[in-house]
Write a protein that binds this ligand. Structure first.
Ligand code: SF4
Ligand code: SF4
Length: 159
């Protein structure tokens, strides 16, 4: 449900970030410090939910096919900016993580929806014999995997 409002949420937070960077003395430094704390708690949420550049990027991508969007995201989130680098590293250690419940029926819909297992066969959201896609550096916490799961077996929650 939160995904339905993703653009609105991103627009609001991106506007706040833009104002802070533009009008507060040393604003970029404060945003950077805040993003480290944010990454430790939530992982790499800045790109999808707060970044002004990410907001315009998502508008530009919306006319591309789903496969093209996935390809762009897979490559873009491997690079990003210094905030993205730090939050990406914190994906492994953040307090909030995407967790799989025992009700998983291994339908594979989460992996199909995510750009990481699509382009990196060593990673998966539900397969236990692969590395966790949601702990990968380029997981942007888009929460598409949580959204497509047919029986709510994935939850983005506190430890
Ligand atoms: S979409 Fe849900 S039920 Fe299907 S494999 Fe992923 S976690 Fe399991
Ligand atoms: S939140 Fe889920 S769908 Fe989105 S990038 Fe991370 S693992 Fe993939």
């Amino acid at each position: 449900m939160i995904l339905k409002n993703q653009k609105t949420i991103q627009f609001i937070f991106a506007s706040i970030v833009f104002m802070v960077v533009s009008y507060v003395p040393n604003g970029l430094f404060y945003v950077f410090l805040f993003s480290i704390v944010l990454g430790a708690v939530f992982g790499k949420v800045f790109c999808t939910w707060m970044c002004p550049i990410g907001f315009f990027k998502s508008l530009m991508l919306r006319n591309l096919s789903e496969d093209e969007q996935k390809s762009h995201k897979f490559n873009y989130y491997k690079v990003g900016c210094p905030i993205s680098w730090i939050q990406g590293l914190l994906n492994k250690y953040s307090l909030f993580k995407i967790r799989k419940k025992d009700t998983c029926i291994s339908c594979g819909k989460c992996d199909k929806a995510c750009y990481i297992p699509t382009f990196d066969q060593t990673k998966s959201i539900y397969k236990s014999n692969k590395e966790s896609a949601h702990e990968a550096f380029n997981c942007s916490k888009c929460l598409k995997c949580v959204d497509v799961c047919p029986n709510n077996s994935l939850k983005y929650s506190f430890k």
